[in-house]
Design a protein around this ligand. Structure first.
Ligand SMILES: [Zn+2]
Length: 421
């Protein structure tokens, strides 16, 4: 289909795109503290309705809504999810911004403001592309779902919530930062390892439990945890040596002992210790497979210890929010280069930018993994870059946003015109 006029409109009406970016930036939606997106989400819903989208909006948390707009389509044509998050990275009080972070300004060809790169710029570009296609009366035969989610910055599974609500499509495009490459990602899962003694001892009994002839088989949970931490380093090294994935520096699959808690006070032997770990894994692994590897390794290590074998560590994996329950999961995402939507996206990018983009992997994580977890083919493709995400004076090139909007328009048209096989 000839989209010359669509491209011309995107070019000449780019002031509207920049206004849209500024409108989104003006909603102050940092996470943490979160619980601040409803107004912004109402704005997205109100933007989508006149474009023919039915709105489903629900609160994942108080004052933090998910919006899914559905534009019905012909079931014989390919359907599409466009996904992005409305929350932005937190601001530190001592950050020195040249301009006010929630008043987007254009300076030297770049828009500056909190979230313009991660990822209100691309949300605006996607909404703008849909608006131009609507205004130009371009038919979009396949069904389109526009998902504006929350909580991505704090490990809250807004996107998982859309899947739990039954939203699915033949392909999902996550418009989070990918520096215009088409990316998959490794995954992250956090977990707690807990060692607990069934008895609590006074500090005065330490001699009897650690020295010759003491006769008391007991232990400090903290000291036993130290043993598990050293053990995990060996597992981490084994993964680094034996697992690889193209695009990742060897050893990206780390196991970080991030937080240790435990003990009562100095008058007691520690009867409990809890270790919070962060596990990074490759796109061809799942959080289920890596957590079972960690569990079986740690359990076997504990079984070889005369006290731990009767006090085996317990595991709690993941969580639905770093704020609410101190845990998160970002499933991994593998992009299938041969998938028809990926080929369509490569063509759309080439058409808009005049040069090829490439498939790669993200060193960060996005909501993209939730689609993979739900067996929905997906890719991350957005104009933001990691250097700007979360940065002071976060910015994005205006020209890049405009071209990205053209690329999306072309992709949306081409993919939703594709017949299902
Ligand atoms: Zn993001």
């Amino acid at each position: 289909m000839d989209l010359t006029e669509v491209n011309r409109q995107i070019e000449t009406r780019q002031g509207e795109l920049l206004d849209l970016v500024a409108r989104l930036v003006a909603f102050e939606t940092p996470a943490p503290p979160a619980r601040n997106t409803r107004e912004a989400q109402n704005f997205v819903a109100d933007f989508l309705r006149p474009l023919g989208f039915d709105i489903d909006q629900w609160a994942l948390y108080e004052n933090d809504d998910i919006v899914v707009g559905t534009k019905a389509g012909d079931p014989t044509c390919q359907s599409l999810i466009i996904n992005g998050h409305m929350d932005v990275a937190a601001l530190n009080p001592d950050e020195k911004w040249t301009f006010s972070p929630f008043e987007a300004v254009v300076h030297d060809g770049r828009v500056i403001g909190r979230g313009v790169s991660d990822m209100k710029g691309s949300l605006a570009a996607a909404l703008f592309a849909l608006k131009i296609l609507h205004d130009q009366n371009i038919a979009l035969p396949g069904k389109i779902l526009f998902e504006s989610v929350i909580g991505e910055e704090v490990g809250e599974a807004g996107t998982k919530s859309t899947i739990d609500h039954g939203y699915t499509a033949d392909f999902a495009l996550v418009t989070d930062s990918s520096d215009l490459e088409i990316r998959g990602q490794g995954g992250v899962i956090t977990g707690w390892v807990t060692i607990k003694s069934d008895k609590t001892y006074h500090d005065g009994l330490r001699r009897e439990m650690i020295h010759a002839g003491g006769g008391l088989r007991a232990a400090s949970a903290i000291e036993k945890m130290a043993k598990l931490i050293i053990g995990l380093q060996e597992l981490e090294r084994d993964w680094a040596i034996n697992k690889t994935y193209p695009g990742f520096p060897a050893g990206t699959n780390t196991i970080n002992p991030a937080v240790v808690e435990g003990g009562r006070n100095a008058a007691f032997i520690a009867d409990e210790a809890r270790l919070w770990i962060t596990v990074h894994f490759y796109p061809n692994e799942t959080y289920q497979s890596v957590t079972s590897e960690v569990e079986s390794f740690v359990t076997r290590l504990a079984q070889a210890d005369p006290w731990l074998r009767d006090h085996l560590p317990t595991f709690e994996w993941g969580g639905s929010s770093m704020i609410e329950d101190r845990g998160e999961i970002f499933p991994s995402l593998e992009v299938d280069e041969k998938h028809a939507a990926v080929q369509t996206l490569l063509d759309a990018h080439l058409g808009a930018f005049g040069e090829k983009t490439k498939l790669s992997v993200s060193t960060s994580v996005t909501d993209g993994g939730w689609f993979s977890d739900a067996h929905i083919p997906a890719a991350i493709y957005g104009p933001g870059d990691l250097r700007n995400a979360h940065a002071v004076d976060e910015s994005i090139s205006v020209a890049r946003l405009v071209q990205y909007s053209k690329s999306l328009a072309q992709f949306i048209v081409a993919w939703t015109h594709t017949k299902k096989e």
